[in-house]
Design a protein around this ligand. Structure first.
Ligand code: COI
Length: 383
């Protein structure tokens, strides 16, 4: 096997011949003997309740991948010097399983999460594996815990694949030991009222989320942990989320943990849905990709991956050219924006006054697919 940790591209990482990978056919399943009580889907708090089982796969440079193991959910036991804990040799993914109106369980575009996970692994110097084999193991895990997929058209089972370096040494080096595991958490609707709740944003160049040559385009825990102080300042300033700016021209890049979309009449008088391009500082979100593909298929307005700055937004607001602004992510699907606090000025974004029509249409379309109200090749039926 070619060693992807020695400089091959992310694309090669996904397509290379993988002799050294774990295989779903080798799965060992140890069922839990005590099953927990399932929570009420209407009172779930994101990421606080976990199912009865987890998937675990161990790797070492010496012996390669061990057999994947579905086992009772349990606390990890890690060496105190483990490289994930000291040097953030770590990455994760987030995807969901939905119980459809036909009672079938669907995964939504999991192949995109698997390929992004491999790209993050290359960046984190963690070992490669076969994406299809991990997806098969995840499907088996969800099947084992299938009763945890909420019987609700507004809740789902959040799947959290996690990959950590567990090198038991304080040397700053590529890990020779790693642990890939997957845990499952039933989650409720992002908006507890079931309807959109717009958020206000704190836009301050004091903090940046990502930079050229950094890890902003990978789903690595460090990107999120280091965003928390800015999030605290946003709250102290009376806002709910951070609008991440970049560069001297105050490019708008992401919002909180989400990608960002602006639906407006652009400088050339064209109706446009715009989002920043994947230039290395933007996370290639699955929902972002879905929105771009859907809007391009609708063909009703221009759809562009382009740079947007605060100056663009301010000029467009003055000219009455902003229709909607919203974030997108796995957790909420879409999240409307109502205000931006920038340089001491509160800029009102008329997303709700415009009926958040585009954001609502996208939410409706994606949830119709996820809950099986609409057939689509974006879902995999697993039972
Ligand atoms: C998402 O919504 O896609 C996220 O990544 C949120 C997660 C970090 C909780």
């Amino acid at each position: 096997m070619k060693d992807c940790r020695n400089g091959c591209s992310a694309a090669e990482a996904g397509s290379q011949e993988l002799a050294e990978t774990f295989k779903a056919e080798d799965l060992v399943i140890t069922p839990a003997t005590v099953l927990k009580e399932k929570p009420d889907p209407d009172s779930l708090v994101f990421g606080t309740v976990f199912t009865d089982h987890m998937l675990e796969v161990q790797w070492s440079a010496e012996s390669g991948w061990e057999k994947p193991h579905i086992k009772p959910f349990e606390t990890l036991s890690l060496h105190p010097a483990a490289s994930a804990l000291h040097y953030a040799v770590q990455l994760f993914e987030g995807l969901k399983a939905f119980r459809g109106v036909d009672n079938k369980i669907r995964l939504f575009r999991p192949d995109l999460n698997m390929s992004r996970m491999c790209r993050s692994a290359v960046r984190a110097t963690l070992p490669m594996f076969d994406q299809g084999e991990l997806l098969e193991c995840i499907q088996r895990l969800v099947l084992v815990d299938q009763e945890w997929v909420p019987y609700s058209p507004s809740a789902s089972l959040y799947i959290r694949p996690t990959f950590v370096g567990i090198e038991p040494s304080l040397g700053v080096k590529k890990p020779t030991k790693a642990l890939l595991y997957v845990i499952l958490s039933p989650v409720g609707p992002y908006f507890s009222s079931g309807t959109f709740k717009p958020v206000s944003l704190w836009a301050n160049p004091k903090y940046v989320r990502a930079w050229e040559g950094g890890t902003g385009d990978c789903k690595m825990g460090g990107n999120y942990g280091s965003s928390l102080l800015a999030q605290c300042e946003a709250l102290e300033s009376g806002c709910q989320q951070v609008l991440w700016l970049y560069g001297k021209d105050h490019q708008i890049t992401e919002v909180g943990t989400m990608n960002l979309f602006l639906y407006w009449t652009n400088e050339d008088g064209e109706e446009e849905l715009a989002t920043p391009p994947l230039d290395g500082i933007i996370l290639p979100g699955v929902t972002r990709q879905c929105i771009l593909e859907l809007a391009r298929k609708w063909g009703e307005f221009k759809v562009t991956e382009r740079y947007l700055t605060m100056e663009h937004v301010q000029a467009a607001l003055e000219g009455g050219r902003v229709k909607e602004m919203f974030g997108s992510g796995t957790a909420c699907v879409v999240c409307p924006v109502s205000d931006i606090l920038f340089q001491g000025q509160k800029l009102h974004i008329p997303t709700m006054e415009n009926g958040s029509r585009l954001a609502s249409r996208i939410l409706g379309k994606l949830t119709d697919i996820q809950y099986g109200r609409e057939e689509s090749d974006w879902t995999i039926i697993i039972s």
